[in-house]
Design a protein around this ligand. Sequence first.
Ligand code: GDP
Length: 526
Amino acid sequence: MGKTVDELQSEVDKRRTFAIISHPDAGKTTLTEKLLLFGGAIRLAGSVKARKASKHATSDWMEIEKQRGISVTSSVMQFDYKGHRINILDTPGHQDFSEDTYRTLTAADSAVMLIDVAKGVEAQTIKLFQVCAKRGIPIFTFINKLDREGRSPFDLMEEIEQVLGIRSVPMNWPIGSGRELSGVYDRMKNQVELFQGDDHSSIKVQKVEDYNDPVIREMAGEFLHDQLCQDLELLDVAGDPFDFEKVLKGELTPVFFGSAVNNFGVQTFLENFLQLAPKPEPRRSTAGLVQPTDEKFSGYVFKIQANMNPAHRDRIAFLRIVSGKFERGMSVKHIRIGKDIKLSQPQQFLAQDRDIVQEAYPGDIIGLFDPGIFRIGDSLSQSGDIQFDEMPTFSPELFAKVTVKNALKHKQFQKGIDQLTEEGTIQVFRTVSFDEMILGVVGQLQFEVFQYRMKAEYGVDVLLQRMPYQFARWLVDEKVDPSKFRINSTLVKDKKDNYVVLFENEYAMRTAVDKNPTAKFLETAP
Ligand code: GDP
């Protein structure tokens, strides 16, 4: 027994599972590739490049992916680096992200926030950040494209605080910027990392006393050194000190500067990150916190991907392992249906070939073959009836009225809607006035996936008609009066018969809130 416990502990200790959050074009694909190269990726779910170069795509499981050249669903990549095993959860950086993107963040123990030095904090970064912040996970910031002209580091720190509400602590600091960039100063290790050669192809690392060290002056020149000293003095006086406890609570984000495409600052970032980022964290359940080192295996499904292989039309349920050791062929209890199931076909994905996993540990993600028995949020466990916390739902922002083209197919239509809502592909509402069906999603892509799957799996053509609503708020009130929600809004019910108000704009929403002081308007279902 002792040996097993030690083994489990050491496997847990070496793992780091994180997601990279950013706005499209900030450099996530580039950064991910560089990280994978350091470790020599051992397992890729799909391919990092797939969504960029569709002609080389290996993850074109769905027609939509082929047409649009993007990865519909988040994938998982695993690699080893200096004794660590690292799982990167890829969240699609495309505008067309979906609730899956958000749910994937529940499987991460920390996040890397990637920011373009010229663009600063952008829309999609804000959304993803907020989901992470709600969970209170540590967030590490990488400010990318330092080789380009960008905004001042102070300016960016200010923006991070103003827009995201998190304080930041620079771990390194640029020496010069844009075309004048000559390197960075590592504040923690007191060393300079300088570009070498005209093409910046190599990097020289030099230990120094502190930032005043004349060695830096010799290396970077008077002008840049003066600037560096000025900046760092200001930071020493006015900046936040590094506080590990605050980092772990998600109250302070360590900031790293670099350039992914030049592979500059990436390795330093990775090494610091591995040291500071949390190992697999416990998860809350009906039986209290489940620790990763609990010997009994457990995990939860955070995502289901349909039709990964059109020839088989099977589905893959992505499971985050919370505790214990996974071994191929093991039996575990599927809590919701109350049955034991055998995990005989767990897979990682190595490009097109499905790579069968023999064993895995807390923090790892495994794909389970799903003949239709899994739902998002399902818990699997070897130790009795524990159910992990329910998967959060997210407030939809795009809405469309849905109807069936051929009325004779109504039964299939209903079945498809029921199953796809159950699976978490879309949210469905019914208007109180005319009993019309309205779909709600967080990204346009979800509509397309819905339409595609209704046709492919249920043989039903659906018509989607976009509606002008932008916000959904769950209404909690003693007495609900539908007549109150007619101007730039409409009253609907969700599938559990909760009242929800859809608003066309913020003004309409604010007016409703003001006029109904006794009512509560919640972002998600109560
Ligand atoms: P993603 O959409 O976030 O995955 O972004 P990509 O990794 O595809 O990068 C978007 C563009 O920015 C590509 O043209 C990259 O070559 C470029 N890029 C990425 N990192 C850097 C960088 O450090 N400096 C510069 N100048 N360009 C970069």
